[in-house]
Design a protein around this ligand. Structure first.
Ligand SMILES: [Zn+2]
Length: 490
C-alpha cells in the first residue's frame, strides 16, 4: 500500500473513531440541570383571576414613572400605591412586617416558624418606564387607565413589573387569609427606582445583610415561559441564572474648534469617528460557555438530532453552535460582551468645528468578563489616537452565575415545569434587574416571571400596548402561591 493509501485508511479510521465518540456522547448526553422529579410541590389553591386583574388595573393607574431626571418624578404617586397595597391586601399586611427603606422601597418579612432555615426573597419593583412622548395615540387603551378589556389588563407596568407585584400580593394575601404559616421566612423586596437608579434594592440588600440574612434563593423579574422558543419552536420556561453587567464608556476627542471654512487636516469628529470604529470593529470573541450555552444544552434533549448531537459534542461542534446561535443579535448577545455605540456629540452648529467631540458606547458585559477588561480592550483598539476614555459612572459588573442543581433551583424549576408543561432551561439575561444588588445576601439568584409570552409579545415590554392577559394573571398568582407554600414548607 502506498503512502496515500495508508493516509486514506488512517483518515477513515479517524472519521469512524470520531463518529463513535459523537454517537456515544449523544446517546449518553445529560442536560446541565438537576433532576427535579423528587420535589414535592404544593397544590394550587383557587384563584379569582377577574378580581386579581381588576387589582392590577388599579395598580397601573398610579403614575409611578421613573424619569432619567428624578425632579420629574411624582413621589406622591408612590405613596398612593403604598396606601393602596395596604388597603387591598390587609391579610398579607397583618401577616408580614413592613419597612420602608431609601425613601420609598418596601421590605416585607413574613417570619417563619423555623428560624434555622434560610429565608426566600421575592422581588418586584414599583416603578415603570415613561411612555415614549408622541406614542400615546398608538395605545389601544390609554397607558395609565388600567383598562381590563379583551381578556387582558392594559397599561404601562401591566407586565413590568406591577404584574409581578400585584400577583405576588394576591398570592400572599390569599395564603395569609387561608391561615398558612411559613416554616421558612419569606421576604418581599419591592424597590421604587429599578428603572433608573436601583438605590432601593441596594438599600434593602444592605438592611438584610446587616441582619445576617443569607437567602436560600432570590427570585426577581427576568425571563418568562417563551411560547415559541427559537431552538425548539415550542414553549420553554427560561429561568435566568445570571445577568450581564452594564457600563457606558465616553470617548472624547479634544479639538481646538474654530471656523469650518479653514479646517485642520483632522477635526475632533474625524478622530472620534476613527476611535469609535476601532472599538466597534474589535468585538469580544464569542464563546460557547456560560448560561447561554447551558440553555442550548438543556434544550438539546427536546431539539432536533442535529442540535442534540452538537450540544453533546461541543469539543467538536462549538464553532458551529456559536455561528448558529449568533445568527440573531439576541442570540449573539448571549455569547459575548456586546459593544453598542449609542450617542454622538460634536459642535452645536454645522459650520463650527467641535471643541470636544464625544461618543457614548454602551457595553453589556458577559459573565466571566469585567469592566477592567472592557476598558483594556477599548484602549488597545484606539491605540495612539488622541482620545480620552472614561466611564460615565461606575460600571455594574456582570452577576455571578447561580446554580442549576441547588435546592432553590430545584423548587423553581420543578414548579415552572409543572405549571408550564414545558422544558425548563437556565438562561442569561441580557437586560438588568434589581436582583444584581442581592449578591451580598444570596448565592442563588434567579430571574423569572411565571407568565407565557411569544417572542413577539416581549416587544410590548417598555413599548406600546403593554398588557397582561387574564390567563397570565391567573398563572402568576398560582405560581407565587405554590412557590411560597412549597419553598416555605421544604
Ligand atoms: Zn422591570
Amino acid at each position: 500500500m502506498g503512502w496515500t493509501g495508508k493516509a486514506a485508511l488512517t483518515a477513515v479510521g479517524l472519521v469512524l473513531a470520531v463518529g463513535a465518540v459523537v454517537a456515544v456522547r449523544t446517546a449518553t448526553f445529560k442536560a446541565p440541570v438537576a433532576d427535579t422529579s423528587g420535589v414535592h410541590l404544593a397544590s394550587a389553591r383557587p384563584v379569582d383571576a377577574g378580581l386579581a386583574a381588576r387589582h392590577l388595573g388599579e395598580a397601573v393607574r398610579f403614575r409611578t414613572v421613573s424619569h432619567q431626571d428624578p425632579a420629574e418624578d411624582q413621589p406622591a404617586e408612590w405613596d398612593r400605591l403604598h396606601a393602596w397595597l395596604q388597603a387591598t391586601y390587609p391579610d398579607a399586611h397583618r401577616a408580614m412586617g413592613r419597612e420602608v427603606v431609601a425613601g420609598q422601597a418596601l421590605v416585607y418579612t413574613w417570619p417563619g416558624t423555623d428560624r434555622s432555615l434560610a429565608p426566600i426573597v421575592l422581588m418586584a419593583h414599583q416603578d415603570v418606564v415613561p411612555v415614549t412622548p408622541g406614542s400615546e395615540g398608538a395605545w389601544t387603551h390609554p397607558p395609565f387607565d388600567g383598562v381590563v378589556a379583551d381578556g387582558a389588563v392594559w397599561g404601562r407596568g401591566a407586565i413590568d413589573d406591577k404584574g409581578s407585584l400585584v400577583t405576588l400580593f394576591e398570592a400572599l394575601d390569599g395564603l395569609a387569609k387561608a391561615g398558612f404559616v411559613p416554616r421558612r421566612t419569606v421576604i418581599v423586596v419591592s424597590s421604587h427606582d429599578e428603572e433608573v437608579r436601583g438605590g432601593g434594592a441596594r438599600a434593602a440588600a444592605a438592611l438584610l445583610k446587616s441582619r445576617g440574612v443569607k437567602a436560600q434563593f432570590v427570585l426577581d423579574e427576568g425571563m418568562v415561559v417563551v411560547e415559541d422558543h427559537p431552538v425548539t419552536n415550542k414553549p420553554v420556561a427560561l429561568i435566568a441564572t445570571a445577568e450581564k453587567g452594564y457600563a457606558t464608556l465616553t470617548v472624547t476627542a479634544p479639538a481646538v474648534g474654530g471656523h469650518s471654512s479653514a479646517p485642520p487636516a483632522r477635526t475632533g469628529v474625524t478622530t472620534l469617528a476613527k476611535a469609535v470604529l476601532a472599538i466597534a470593529d474589535h468585538p469580544f470573541p464569542m464563546r460557547f460557555s456560560g448560561p447561554g450555552a447551558d440553555m442550548l444544552k438543556s434544550l438539546a434533549p427536546h431539539s432536533s438530532t442535529t442540535i442534540r448531537m452538537a450540544a453533546a459534542n461541543t469539543w467538536l461542534f462549538s464553532p458551529l453552535l456559536v455561528s448558529q446561535t449568533a445568527k440573531t443579535p439576541a442570540g449573539a448577545a448571549m455569547l459575548h460582551t456586546t459593544i453598542a455605540p449609542t450617542m454622538l456629540k460634536g459642535s452645536p452648529k454645522e459650520n463650527v468645528l467641535p471643541q470636544d467631540a464625544t461618543a457614548w458606547i454602551n457595553y453589556r458585559i458577559a459573565p466571566g468578563d469585567s469592566s477592567v477588561q472592557v476598558m483594556a480592550r477599548a484602549r488597545d483598539a484606539v491605540g495612539d489616537l488622541p482620545v480620552r476614555l472614561a466611564w460615565v459612572k461606575t460600571p455594574d459588573e456582570p452577576s455571578k452565575v447561580s446554580s442549576t442543581t441547588s435546592e432553590g433551583w430545584k423548587t423553581l424549576a420543578a414548579l415552572a415545569g409543572d405549571e408550564s408543561r414545558a422544558p425548563v432551561a437556565p438562561a442569561l439575561m441580557t437586560a438588568a434587574s434589581d436582583s444584581r444588588y442581592m449578591g451580598p445576601i444570596a448565592d442563588d439568584i434567579y430571574r423569572f416571571q411565571p407568565l407565557r409570552l411569544s417572542v413577539k409579545d416581549t416587544e410590548m415590554i417598555h413599548g406600546t400596548n403593554e398588557h397582561m392577559t387574564i390567563a397570565n394573571v391567573e398563572r402568576m398568582v398560582r405560581f407565587y402561591q405554590r412557590l411560597v407554600e412549597t419553598a416555605a414548607s421544604r
